[in-house]
Design a protein around this ligand. Structure first.
Ligand code: PLP
Length: 382
């Protein structure tokens, strides 16, 4: 039987257009974008075209986009570059629901003496923009860095109102928008954040390519040294094949039009009806239209994942980074899920090629496997 991939928040299959663009550029336009000869100019044209597409996609300026190796590098570049330019202000405001790539660098900065404040999450999985602003006003603040849409729960926080207020307060804001692109509209005229991170492999580009918006005029110093690449904002020879793949994925993603949540909502309603003891995480929040995070009482998520995998279905127990870790998700704990239930969390994330038939098959097998996992563990939930 054909495998059914339902872990699109971890990564996505590159679209045909992205693979073709990657191969074409690797074969015939492999120049160094900083070189002055024709090969170099051809590579530079690919870089500029990708910046133009990013700008059109997000209502921003082409020159504001720095191309990176992915979400993690974009996040590091935003945070380390901004705090470097904000000498004397020692507070960084963030949330308890950040991805490991943000949380990791913030913990490191904390050990170096930075005053890192993590605002709590509400029970629907979102952070409160008022709490972020209050934390910024309490002490001289270098910047705020917040996740816009959570990779585990799909909860979308109110980034627009936060960005507008922090702009008035003159406090730089970085948004981790890695999960937003290709799923919800990202209009940076409406959400005027100084720094915005994205990652190509989350919207069907190839892996190892991402971008960071650095608003012109935002306080920021280069972090990756090395030469005059990307107008001296990021050292390192630009990976033009991956850039071309990301440009193709942006066009592919734009051609799909607005994403709808109908498939996810249908699956959610059916599972809630058919599986006793199931709760939908962040049900009360605005959510990414493709994401369904469930707490399946008395069914250990690693056992359930392994069984579903064996039956041909790929799902996750949380963020890709925490999969395989015995620790319960810090995001679920932050929204008040008790530890024993956090061990029973699964995430189902849909994508552009997910079909009704695949979800019907998934639902049938999931119902069977939940019952089996509970029985093996000696638990039955009526
Ligand atoms: N931020 C969020 C919300 C993510 O989901 C991820 C990846 O899972 C990242 C950052 C890191 O992105 P990348 O894998 O491109 O480094």
């Amino acid at each position: 039987m054909e495998r059914v991939y339902l872990d699109w928040n971890a990564t996505t299959p590159p679209c045909r257009e992205a693979i073709e663009a990657f191969c074409k550029v690797s074969r015939s336009q492999w120049g160094n974008a900083s070189s002055l000869h024709r090969e170099g100019r051809e590579a530079a044209a690919i870089l500029e075209r990708t910046q133009r597409l990013l700008a059109q996609w997000t209502n921003s300026r082409p020159s504001e986009w720095i191309l990176t190796s992915g979400g993690t590098e974009s996040i590091h570049t935003a945070i380390l570059g901004c705090i470097e330019a904000r000498a004397g202000q020692r507070r960084i405001v963030s949330s308890q629901g950040e991805h490991a790539s943000t949380e990791g660098i913030l913990s490191q900065l904390q050990t170096q003496g930075w005053d890192v404040v993590r605002v709590p999450l509400r029970s629907d999985g979102t952070w409160d923009p008022h709490e972020v602003v209050l934390a910024c006003q309490e002490a001289p603040t270098a910047m705020a860095s917040l996740i816009w849409a959570n990779n585990e729960t799909g909860a979308i926080s109110q980034a627009a109102s936060l960005a507008k207020t922090l702009r008035e307060e003159k406090i730089p804001l970085h948004l981790d928008a890695v999960q937003c692109f290709g799923k919800i509209e990202v209009d940076l005229a409406q959400v005027p954040a100084d720094f915005v991170s994205l990652s190509g492999h989350k919207f069907q580009a190839t892996k190892g390519i991402g971008a960071l918006r650095v608003r012109s005029g935002a306080p920021w110093r280069r972090w990756m040294h090395g030469g005059n690449q990307q107008r001296s904002r990021r050292g390192g020879t630009v990976d033009v094949a991956s850039l071309a793949a990301m440009a193709a994925a942006i066009e592919f993603s734009s051609s799909l039009g607005p994403r709808r949540s109908a498939l996810r909502d249908h699956l959610q309603a059916n599972l809630v009806k058919e599986v006793p003891g199931i709760q939908v995480v962040s049900a009360g929040a605005e959510r990414l239209p493709n994401t369904l995070c469930l707490l399946v009482e008395a069914a250990d998520s690693s056992a359930l994942l392994a069984r579903m995998d064996e039956r041909g279905f790929a799902i996750a127990s949380g963020s890709a980074c925490s999969t395989g870790s015995p620790e319960p998700s810090h995001v679920l704990l932050a929204i008040g899920v008790p530890e024993h239930l956090a061990h029973c969390a699964v995430r189902i994330s849909l994508g552009s090629s997910t079909t009704t038939d695949q979800l019907a098959a998934f639902q049938r097998v999931f119902v069977e496997e939940v019952a089996r996992v509970r029985k093996l563990a000696g638990n039955t939930t009526k």
